[in-house]
Design a binder for this molecule. Structure first.
Ligand code: GTP
Length: 406
């Protein structure tokens, strides 16, 4: 199919699913992905960090095409991988989506993505703006943490401000007061978007489908404020270096971020371990891996101590664990801002060979060396029975300030 063929067809509806780290984006997508309204949808997932966990979780429940953009942050790769991926999908040439072009695409952003530049790129790109029609921006807000997250993280405020729909998750974990204050904070930022409790959502219609971004675009304040800001940055960057257009949207963004990870060229500095830092916030991510099957007690001990000593600095922790006791069924871990969700197990390892333990930590002011040493101490052959606990405490590499109790 040629570019003009794809432009002649009706545009592919695109939904941007955003929300802060751990708010519940993947959970919502997993619940809705089987809806007939999403039958011919492709899902594009971008994660902040090296180990792409979300595609595994979505693939486990869906036969839709799931495309993982793992080489960087969506807000930074907006003119690169995302544009290429969406172009291939529109032209029916995507190796990841075999059923010609999809009718719709859901893009799940990282929890740290500012949707403004993504929307700007989709709206202004010469091919994408014809091939795609933006259906909606759906922003997931964690009701248990929402107000605090919105106070502390500008990107989360931007995500709410540009939303066509706000989905409040974890209402079951929030007190009535907390729920009410989150609703008020959300409504202050975006008085127009309907706020829906995730627990009452029954289907994709009206949530991931038919949100009417065109309405949002025409309403003025929300989206236009962000696009105006992007436009200002573009003009300022153009004035500085004589470049213009979308490149400068991305350059502006890169000025606010540093990255180090896989060496895939481009503007970023890269090394063996993936480090991805949003300099503005001191937020960085890294992953911890081991091929060795890990006893449940060891991973539990690691998480217990990590959350005791650094819980407040962990914005997000998630991963899959190759359990020594049950190596065929990965243990899925989620932690958000010091809060660990009860672990769950998948029935099998979807598409990952050979299976191994991979944890992604996203933290603010989190000491990576400390976390790596702690992880090695628990998973690198040091067991967690009483005698070995003494060995860990006595180990000069181990962890200043750690005291075992009991
Ligand atoms: N109790 C409760 N837990 C929820 C709800 N929604 C999501 N969770 C849990 O919150 C954790 C994080 O959910 P995810 O769907 O992975 O969040 P996410 O926004 O995709 O996370 P990132 O991709 O890291 O940004 C998981 O343990 C979910 O089971 C909810 O409504 N209630």
């Amino acid at each position: 199919m040629t570019q003009s063929d794809s432009a002649a067809r009706s545009p592919i509806r695109l939904t941007l699913l955003t929300g802060f780290l751990g708010a519940g984006k993947t959970t919502l997508l997993n619940r809705l992905i089987g809806d007939p309204a999403l039958a011919n949808a492709a899902v594009v997932v971008n994660e902040f960090g090296e180990a792409a966990i979300d595609p595994l979780l979505i693939e486990a429940v869906s036969s839709n095409g799931v495309i993982s953009l793992s080489n960087g942050c969506l807000c930074c790769t907006v003119r690169g991988e995302l544009v290429d991926t969406l172009t291939e999908l529109a032209e029916g040439t995507s190796a990841d989506f075999q059923r010609s072009a999809p009718e719709r695409v859901v893009v799940e952003t990282t929890g740290l993505a500012d949707p403004g530049p993504i929307l700007a790129a989709l709206i202004s790109h010469p091919v994408l703006s014809h091939a795609y029609a933006l259906d909606g921006v759906v922003t997931v807000v964690d009701a248990a943490n929402g107000g605090g997250t919105l106070d502390e993280h500008e990107d989360s405020r931007r995500q709410v401000a540009v939303a066509d729909r706000i989905v409040l998750t974890k209402c079951d974990l929030a007190s009535a007061d907390r729920l009410e204050s989150t609703r008020r904070a959300v409504a202050r930022l975006n008085p127009l978007a309907p706020i829906v409790d995730a627990a009452v959502i029954e289907g994709a219609e009206g949530i991931l489908v038919g949100c009417g971004l065109s309405d949002a675009l025409s309403r003025g304040d929300g989206v236009d404020a962000w696009l105006g800001e992007v436009g200002k940055a573009r003009r300022a960057a153009s004035a500085l270096d004589g470049r213009s257009g979308k490149d400068d949207v991305s350059r502006h963004h890169e000025a606010n971020h540093t990255h180090a990870g896989h060496d895939h060229g481009g503007d970023h500095e890269h090394g063996d371990h993936h480090h991805h830092e949003h300099r503005r916030d001191g937020i960085r991510s890294f992953s911890l891996e081991t091929d060795r099957p890990v006893p449940f007690d060891a991973i539990a001990g690691f998480l217990e101590i990590l959350s005791e000593t650094a819980g407040k600095r962990i914005l997000r922790m998630k991963g899959v664990v190759l359990l020594a006791e049950d190596p065929g069924r990965p243990l899925v871990l989620h932690g958000v801002q010091g809060f660990m969700h009860p672990p769950a197990q998948l029935p099998a390892w979807p598409g990952q060979t050979p299976p191994k333990t991979r944890l992604v930590l996203i933290g603010q002011g989190l000491d990576e060396r400390y976390a790596r040493d702690l992880f090695s101490a628990f998973t690198g052959g040091v067991a967690t029975d009483a005698a070995d606990r003494t060995a860990i405490v006595a180990n000069p590499l181990a962890i200043p300030g750690i005291r075992f109790t009991g």
